[in-house]
Structure formats: C-alpha cells, structure tokens
Design a protein around this ligand. Structure first.
Ligand code: 9PG
Length: 486
C-alpha cells in the first residue's frame, strides 16, 4: 500500500493502516516504510536510560562496543553486533525536504532499523501497532508521545522535586557521619528530596543497611525528614552480585540462559553481576517485600537502578516477551511502593517504563569531567560517565517530557574535585532547566560562597523555557545552543 503525506509518498508494508490526525497507525509484526530517496541521517533511540540516543550519519556503520562483557549495560545486547543502525521502539530519518519521518512502536518489544531507503519496524514476538508521521521534527515527536500516553499512560506532570543525591561526590563512600554533615550544611537551600545513593546496602541483592549505617535505615529516614526533606533511597532491585547472601541462598532465582547458566547483566563493583528472573513467584514476593520495607523505613522517593536487567534475554519461569516481563515487574514495584511514592527509574528500558514511573533518567552518568576519551575513542562506547555523553543522549530524549519527568542527571556548581570548565558546568545547569529536573551532588562544605549562591539561585529561580531549534532553547532571555557541544 501507499501512504501520502504532504510532499512525501511512501511505499508501505503492513497488515493494516488507519489515519490518526496528521499521522497513521499501522499494524503488524514487521512493518516497512520505503522512501523514494535514501536518507542521510537516522535518529537512533538507545534501549535504556544510559544507551546512546542521537542523530547519526547513515554512511558510517555502527561499531560494536568493547569489551563484549560491557554490552548488556550499554544497550540492548541482542543487537550489539547488528551491521545496521537501529534503535529501540522508534527510529526516524531526515527527509530531503527538511522534514522528519518517524516510525515508532506503540507497545513494548519493538525495534526500528534503517535499511537503505526503508525504515523497518519489528516486534521481537507477535505483532502490534506502530505510529507513522512525517512533518516538523518537534511536531512528529510530540504526536508520537501523545500516542504513547494513550497506550501506556503518563505520570509525573507536576514540577519535579529538587534533589540532593549523594552519588557524584561521595560515590560509595557514604556513612552516617558523612550524611549528617551534608544534611547540616544543606540547611537554607531549597532542596525537596535528600537521596542516598549506592553505598548504604550490604550488597546487590542484600538490601539491608551495612556497617556504615549502624543506626539503621529507618532512623536515618526520620532524621532526613526532621531536617525538612523527603528521604530518597537508591536500590538496584533486579540485580544480584555473586558475593551476596541472596546469590548463595537462591541460585534458582537468577535469570538463566538456554544452557542453564546465569545471565551476566554487566560488570561493575569489580566483577560480574546477574539478573533476577522477575517472573518467578518467589522473586515477585521477595521484590514486593524489599520495596515495601524501604517505603516502611520512610523512603518515599526511590531511585531504582540497573532496571534493564529484568528485560535481558533469557529463559523465564513465565514464558512472556522480555520487555513485557520487565513491565510486569515494574507494575509490581509500583503496587508495592504505593501511588504516593516517587519512583525514579534509572538504567531503565524507556518504552516499557512509561506510565509506571514518575521520573526517568534519560542519559548516561555525568562526571566531573567532560569527555570520557578512553571509553569513547578506544572502546566505541558513548555511555561512559562524562558531561558530554550525558548531554548528548539527554538532549535526544527531551521529547519524553510529555510522558514522564526527565532526569538528565546532576549539575555541578563546585570547582573542588572538578575538571569541568565554567561553560561546561553552565551547559549541564542549563540542560537541567530544559529537562525540568534539578539535582546536584555537591556537598555544601565543598562550595565556595559564590558557588553556593549560584546553586541557590538555580534552585529557586523560575525560568521560562522554549525550544527554538533541535538543540537551541530560550531560557528566560538567554539563548542557549547545545549544538555547539555536539
Ligand atoms: C550507583 C550509580 C549511580 C548512578 C547510576 C548508576 O555501566 N556501568 O557499569 C554503570 C555503572 C554505574 C552507573 C551506570 C553505569 O551508574 O546511573 O546515578 O546511582 O549507578 O552505582
């Protein structure tokens, strides 16, 4: 069949098509749109929070990330060696008339690839609906977001909370005295959430306080609340380290491959970590308990991390498509956490998280340095921690603002322990304003007085944001062009 848009005629393969406003909904397990001319650029949408999202040149083929062991934590490992450009859920190309053609899945499990003059979409199992639109870039992405909201729901429409997060200063070196000192120093700064990150727990899988938190997690939550903040807690509930008690005691709970071996979910904390089979009834009961316990301690802001592990390929107790397994796990987490608890999803498959989480990390980690040269140049990996990697992917995920609160990761105000130049720090501060999510990890004790003042102004000043171009924004009176960094 053919679809006619103003200025573009497409050859279409699909089971059916119907028109919706200025676009179409197609149905099929595989659908394909063929244009008269081969496009030059492809919009690649990485699988999970940290995965690369960017416009790419189609004449430069993709290069696999090194080493192979790192692939599951960078993007969907099933397609790590694909010879052609592709992305999770959606893809788009620039047309000769300057407009954009977008093909996007309307259910979890979809992928879109560039094949010469064609965009091909397929569901990993079964069939489903697809959205097609051609027009101004901002308009087609907005239309797609509306279609997703109808199918998957949306959350987080009120302003995002202002968050202090312990990661990008202390990393795992947090302890009761360190946290108490930061809490004291923060007084007077308008933060809403005080979030403990990685470093409080016994192990990945053993979600109890470690020896650095002898008073326990409940006492700490009380103290945080008494200081005027919503207590926030980091957890990675779908992964397990071999050193954990859970791994030793419940080997049968792990996600396995076809040979019965545990599926590695990546390398971090000095070794491999593994995924839980979240369709296992006992795992589900355990997960419910872990989430309920954190909320009962008093943490009503949960940063849930490494979530992609529940959507990795593997053999599950319940034989359902992997992104559906993930969505069911997140539905259970939402139920256990309650409607009032804020859930920030991190390392999370994007499409199957929508409607269930309040906030979503939309890029890889920032770091107090701009370019992660080793990871980028030698390992072909654009997901390593660094300002530029975070900026690049987050900028290409801003269309998700209509569906979820978009977290581009923290901004820096400190000069201590920081290699970012003033313009680089400014770029991350501006990105946060554009994304609508303000967070930092700067300990007040590390800030010079002018830096603390800048942080306070940034937190309290309301700035009107409007988009002027793909990478150009107006922030109040100031024009910001992020394109200069890319
Ligand atoms: C805590 C951190 C912070 C951070 C998260 C996440 O690919 N990796 O090995 C990888 C490791 C850590 C990481 C991202 C990727 O950071 O994004 O904000 O919470 O975990 O460990």
């Amino acid at each position: 069949m053919r679809l006619i848009f103003a200025g573009l005629e497409l050859e279409v393969q699909a089971e059916s098509s119907r028109s919706v406003g200025s676009g179409y909904v197609l149905h099929g397990g595989t659908v394909q749109l063929t244009q008269p001319e081969a496009p030059a650029r492809f919009f690649r949408h990485g699988w999970q929070s940290w995965s690369l999202a960017s416009w790419l040149e189609l004449d430069k083929p993709p290069v696999p990330i090194q080493p192979p062991e790192r692939r599951p934590q960078a993007d969907d490992p099933v397609y790590a060696l694909s010879p052609r450009h592709g992305g999770s859920a959606l893809g788009a190309v620039e047309c000769p008339d300057g407009k954009v053609l977008l093909l996007g899945a309307l259910a979890p499990g979809g992928r879109v690839e560039a094949h010469g003059r064609a965009l091909r979409g397929f569901y990993e199992s079964g069939a489903g609906d697809w959205f097609v639109a051609h027009g101004e870039e901002a308009a087609v992405f907005a239309h797609y977001a509306e279609m997703l909201a109808e199918r998957l729901g949306r959350r987080g429409q009120s302003p995002a909370p202002k968050v202090w997060c312990s990661w990008y200063s202390f990393y795992t070196g947090i302890s009761e005295p360190v946290i108490h000192q930061v809490l004291e120093g923060l007084q007077g700064l308008p933060f809403e959430v005080f979030q403990l990150d990685d470093g409080w727990q016994q192990d990945m899988g053993d979600w109890e306080a470690n020896e650095k938190f002898p008073s326990g997690m409940q006492a700490l939550a009380r103290r945080i609340r008494a200081m005027g903040y919503i207590p926030g807690l980091w957890m990675a509930p779908f992964i397990v380290r071999p050193s954990s008690r859970l791994y030793r005691e419940r080997p049968d709970w792990l996600l396995k491959d076809a040979q019965g071996e545990p599926v590695p979910a990546g390398i971090n904390w000095g070794g491999f970590y593994y995924a839980l089979d979240t369709t296992h009834p006992q795992v589900r009961a355990w997960l419910r308990g872990v989430i309920q316990r954190a909320v009962a301690w008093g943490y009503t802001y949960l940063k849930l991390d490494f979530l992609y592990a529940a959507a990795l390929p593997g053999v599950r107790q319940q034989n359902i498509p992997r992104e559906q397994a993930y969505r069911e796990a997140m539905r259970l987490v939402r139920e256990a956490a309650g409607e009032e608890t804020y859930i920030l999803a991190c390392g999370a498959p994007v499409l199957p998280s929508l409607g269930l989480v309040d906030g979503l990390r939309i890029g890889p980690d920032v770091a107090p340095l701009w370019r992660n040269e080793d990871r980028e140049d030698y390992l072909h990996d654009l997901t390593g921690p660094g300002g530029l990697n975070a900026l690049r992917t987050s900028l290409h995920r801003l269309w998700l603002r209509r569906l979820v609160q978009t977290d581009p990761d923290v901004a820096y105000f400190r000069t201590r322990y920081n290699l970012l130049s003033p313009p680089q720090r400014q770029a991350l501060q501006d990105l946060a304003k554009v994304a609508g999510f303000l967070a930092t990890s700067d300990p007040p004790q590390w800030l010079e007085s002018d830096e603390r003042q800048a942080l306070e102004r940034w937190l309290s000043e309301e700035v009107a944001v409007s988009q002027r171009g793909r990478y150009r924004f107006l922030l109040g009176e100031r024009e910001v062009d992020f394109g200069e960094w890319l």
